[in-house]
Design a binder for this molecule. Structure first.
Ligand code: DGY
Length: 330
């Protein structure tokens, strides 16, 4: 029996690839940049499985070009790059990598929060450029953290993990906004579910942890930034398009908010004329929230397990569209 054909859109850790090597006929895109869309369509034409990254657009047209495709395993917890409804309609299973990147992502959200609040990058650049002449009693002033209020927008696993750090490490009060109540957050962290306007008005730190979908796209616009405190710090480790970046730049420039820490932009990387790149009170990391050795290994393992389960007709370890089961391609 021929081995199933699998295309992997970038080199990922061996912890995942080694699970696939013996059982699949594997092709791994060798370049540092993603395969262009047209190339990807050509590559998946004869494939049974696709291991994709968040940088790959996986749409209905691509699926139509791959009549044997049984499973798309995304090497990410987010899957806004995949048209899941189109996959389900075609009997294709979709997997993702939840859980294993929760702590790494919450750590980076906190890292951006404290770095933006305390103007760490600005200070570092000041040192590097030789401007540091003496201890400055009025220079580099930032925001305190202890006892302040954290507003979590999207109280899922990652929002909870950030809130836990802020509650128990920094004695913060926790507000959250979510379509669903999170009883664990309310019980264990004393978190209070509030409408978005209340959260924006009361939070000292606003951290975004929602999915990108049609409701959240552009959610943070100028009107919303104007509702925040002038001392507030805004953090986004979720997806860039949740934020209107022109509005964020205006809010930072005009002092509607104090600072921002971003791990995601729209597009990625930001275009050279993006005004956020010129602002000293905006820190931008290159989408590295899950970038620890252990986390990326664990993501690779889940992605490989999802792919194998999809090929074998078994339930996926992390299954985005389990409703496809009765009519999945075999
Ligand atoms: C994800 O998994 O969705 C992150 O954005 C990258 O790890």
């Amino acid at each position: 029996m021929p081995k199933p054909r699998v295309f992997v859109t970038r080199r990922i850790p061996d912890a995942g690839l080694n699970k696939l090597r013996d059982v699949c006929e594997l092709e791994i895109w060798p370049e540092p940049l993603p395969p262009p869309y047209e190339v990807l369509v050509g590559k998946v034409r004869d494939c049974d499985g696709l291991l994709s990254l968040l940088t790959d657009r996986i749409d209905a047209a691509l699926m139509d070009a791959a009549p044997k495709l049984k499973v798309i395993s995304n090497y990410a917890v987010g899957y806004n790059n995949i048209d899941v409804a189109a996959a389900t309609a075609r009997g294709i299973c979709v997997g993702n990598t939840p859980g294993v990147l929760t702590d790494a992502t919450a750590d980076l959200a906190f890292c951006l929060l404290i770095a933006a609040a305390r103007r760490l990058v600005e200070g570092y650049l000041y040192t590097l450029s030789g401007q540091w002449k003496t201890w400055e009693p009025m220079g580099h002033l930032g925001q305190d953290l202890v006892g302040r209020t954290l507003g979590v927008v999207g109280m899922g696993r990652i929002g909870f993990a950030l809130a836990k750090r802020c509650r128990f490490g920094w004695d913060m009060r926790i507000l959250y906004h979510d379509v669903r109540p999170n009883e664990q957050a309310e019980r264990e962290l004393g978190a209070r579910r509030v409408d978005l306007d209340t959260l924006l008005a009361e939070a000292d730190f606003v951290s975004v942890h929602t999915d990108l979908n049609e409701t959240t796209r552009g959610m943070f616009n100028l009107e919303r930034f104007k509702k925040m405190k002038p001392t507030a710090v805004f953090v986004n480790t979720a997806r860039g398009p949740i934020v209107d970046e022109r509005a964020l730049a205006e809010a930072l420039q005009k002092g509607y908010i104090f600072a921002a820490g971003l791990d995601v932009t729209d597009p990625e990387p930001p275009l050279p004329d993006n005004p956020l790149l010129k602002l000293p009170n905006c820190i931008i990391a290159p989408h590295i929230a899950s970038a620890t050795f252990a986390t990326r290994n664990a993501m690779a393992e889940i992605a490989a397990d999802n792919l194998l389960a999809g090929l074998r007709g078994e339930p996926l370890r992390a299954w985005v569209n389990p409703e496809v089961a009765p009519h999945r391609r075999r």
